[in-house]
Design a protein around this ligand. Structure first.
Ligand code: FE2
Length: 316
């Protein structure tokens, strides 16, 4: 832990962040293996299967997912290996990370200024990013999903490294209804976006993952990054607003408009396309919530959010 005085120096915060990843208590060994695998282009379906099988709860969910009506298979899938092949490596990898981190991320009792639950929001942005990528960069769809899922991880990393100092920053942002990013800048001299970049870069994540995360609160990415980083950044920008649209029912109209405005600027998205992206996100997001909670989620809540957003955009 660092003291409040130390914490105001970004260098001291960075030093704490860059400790051995294994010492970040928010990540149990299983999560670390999955995270390491996520950044390893050589990781195979077999490696993934081995990680999944360590956790019976996770293995059951993957099988349940593969056997769900959505995939319309005739023969029941009984082995994890077969399920991984069927669902696709990218999809399972991202889902495993979501599952492992959501069940171990120690976010209980945390409240955020713009959204309620940390993992629901991360999931909403992940599904949004995949829907946007489906339209504009289909080859990047699973990377986009993973990017959405981990884009706020800096928050957990900072909290893990700074303890109460960071909890006070969070509480201040919530009580004063200020943007967390601004309070972090003022109190710590470093934001969760920059913190995530420092850590993910050290862990060997590719720039296409950490560069968009580093800039997810700005409207442009640094010029030092290339085409791929740029594309992922533009996808994440739209997805952040789409995710808020689903998770902040008070300001749904505001975020629906912001999502559309950003998509129009970044991808020249037409209204009809945007409406389709929103509907698709609602379907995918519901499936994710179902996967993470293991419970059947009713479509109503997701459909209602999507319908409201579509109406707002049509009226604008
Ligand atoms: Fe953020």
């Amino acid at each position: 832990m660092v003291t409040a005085t130390e914490a105001q120096h970004p260098a001291a915060v960075i030093e704490k962040l860059l400790v051995d990843p294994a010492s970040h208590t928010i990540f149990p060994p299983l999560a670390m293996r999955v995270l390491t695998m996520a950044s390893d282009p050589k990781a195979s379906g077999k490696d993934l299967k081995e990680v999944i099988e360590v956790d019976p709860g996770l293995a059951t969910r993957i099988l349940k997912m593969a056997n769900s009506a959505y995939y319309g298979i005739r023969q029941p899938v009984r082995s994890v290996e077969r399920a991984v092949v069927m669902l696709g490596f990218g999809k399972v990898k991202a889902m495993v990370i979501g599952f492992v981190l959501s069940s171990t991320g120690k976010t209980e009792g945390l409240t955020f200024p713009e959204y309620g639950n940390f993992w629901r929001y991360a999931g909403a942005v992940a599904c949004s990013a995949r829907s946007v990528a489906d339209r504009f960069a289909p080859n990047q769809r699973e990377d986009a999903y993973l990017l959405g899922l981990i884009h706020e991880m800096g928050v957990l990393l900072m909290r893990d490294s700074l303890g109460k100092v960071y909890d006070d920053v969070l509480a201040e942002a919530v009580s004063q209804q200020r943007c967390l990013y601004e309070v972090e800048k003022q109190r710590l001299g470093i934001t969760h976006a920059a913190a995530a970049k420092v850590v993910f870069e050290k862990w060997g994540f590719p720039p296409a993952q950490y560069a968009p995360i580093a800039h997810h609160h700005s409207d442009r990415i640094s010029k030092v990054f290339g085409r791929e980083e740029n594309l992922m950044f533009r996808i994440l920008r739209v997805a952040v607003y789409l995710g808020l649209l689903f998770e902040n029912d008070q300001q749904r109209a505001l975020y629906a408009n912001k999502a559309f405005e950003t998509a129009r600027a970044e991808f020249r998205t037409e209204l009809e396309d945007m409406r389709a992206i929103i509907s698709n996100t609602a379907v995918e997001y519901r499936k994710l919530v179902q996967f993470l909670t293991g419970l059947e989620a009713s479509a109503d809540e997701f459909d209602a959010a999507a319908e409201k957003a579509r109406q707002v955009l049509a009226a604008a």
